[in-house]
Design a protein around this ligand. Structure first.
Ligand code: HEC
Length: 301
């Protein structure tokens, strides 16, 4: 549910005419929520997420202006310092690191399943609402709340529970893997100073390894690599006159010069990476990366 590849569906809005009466209705509620979150410099939430009829778990969400997000759940930690994003798979003891393009709204789309809290980063969130109707007031887990039914312009309908005292959303329904989930913020902490960027950088715990494009590397076979060797290497590395006896014209020969899974310890890769092979004509970075990925993925035939 907290996948960083989550769809930015709420960013792609259909233009709809907002009935004036509806605007007036939610102005005193959701606007207040947006204003409070806009004024906050940091926000720490402990969200209890309950799959209806299923499991419950606490997810810790920490947000800081201008674009810092950390989402910590039992299985996964996702964190971004605005430049890089890390996804740490706790059970698998691996993590992935990817750069973020400047100007990317990562901080917003990371919160795909907690849309109401994107108001912390996005002061225009109110523009995404078509209408809202007030329901009853009641106690929810010992907190005085008022129900609101919000219809967004993308047609999504949300039930949210507004904390009467804080003026911030406490509870809402969402979906995770097609299951209905109820989310309740059991702890809401607002900070008036931003949290240091360093707090959002991922430091791998001992024994945790970085995954480098495993899917791409694992899928590559010698057939993907052969055209690169044919075009750039075999002129000097085939037949009896092969330089240094290194023959690169068949899988059986190439396999003698690679250590599957370990490009840095592969004789064929090292001079290519250093830009020494082919002599005087270094390969483009993406071609080198492809050779490396093939070895990394097991140097499959
Ligand atoms: C224009 C000729 C030429 C081309 C093209 C060429 N090489 Fe070489 N290669 C050589 C020569 C010459 C040597 C021996 C260099 C030396 O004496 O250190 C060599 C040596 C090597 C070695 C052995 C290095 C060692 O550890 O002893 C490897 C591995 C290698 N080449 C890989 C490649 C790969 C991979 C390509 C294509 C991407 C390539 N070469 C393209 C000329 C070539």
């Amino acid at each position: 549910m907290w996948q960083y590849s989550a769809i930015m569906r709420f960013l792609a809005l259909t233009l709809a005419l907002t009935p004036f009466a509806a605007v007036a209705l939610w102005q005193n509620s959701f606007d207040d929520h947006v204003k409070k979150l806009q004024e906050a410099q940091s926000l720490s939430l402990t969200l209890t997420t309950s799959v209806i009829g299923g499991t419950t778990e606490d997810v810790r969400v920490t947000l800081s202006k201008p674009n810092l997000v950390r989402i910590d759940s039992s299985g996964q930690l996702i964190t971004t310092n605005g430049k890089q994003i890390w996804v740490y798979d706790k059970a698998g003891k691996t993590y992935e690191e990817s750069p973020i393009d400047a100007g990317s709204p990562a901080s917003v789309w990371l919160l795909d399943n907690a849309w109401v809290y994107t108001a912390f980063f996005n002061d225009k969130i109110g523009d995404q609402i078509a209408s809202a109707t007030k329901g009853s007031s009641r106690k929810l887990r010992n907190v005085a709340v008022t129900d609101w039914n919000i219809t967004r312009k993308d047609k999504a309908v949300l039930q949210v529970q507004m904390d009467d005292q804080l003026g911030i959303v406490r509870g809402f329904r969402t979906t995770k893997d097609k299951a209905e989930v109820f989310v309740f913020a059991k702890e809401i902490k607002i900070g008036d100073a931003p949290i240091a960027e360093g707090e959002f950088a991922f430091v791998a715990p001992a024994g945790v390894n970085k995954k480098s494009s495993p899917a791409a590397g694992a899928a590559l076979t010698f057939a993907d690599i052969k055209p690169i060797l044919d075009a750039n290497c075999i002129g000097c590395h085939s037949g009896g006159g092969a330089k240094k006896g290194v023959v690169l014209s068949s899988y059986q020969e190439v396999a003698k010069h690679v250590t599957p899974g370990d490009p840095d310890n592969s004789r064929m890769i090292r001079p290519v990476k250093r830009g020494q092979m082919p002599p005087g004509r270094p390969l483009p970075a993406d071609t080198v990366a492809k050779l490396e990925a093939w070895v990394k993925g097991g140097a499959k035939p």
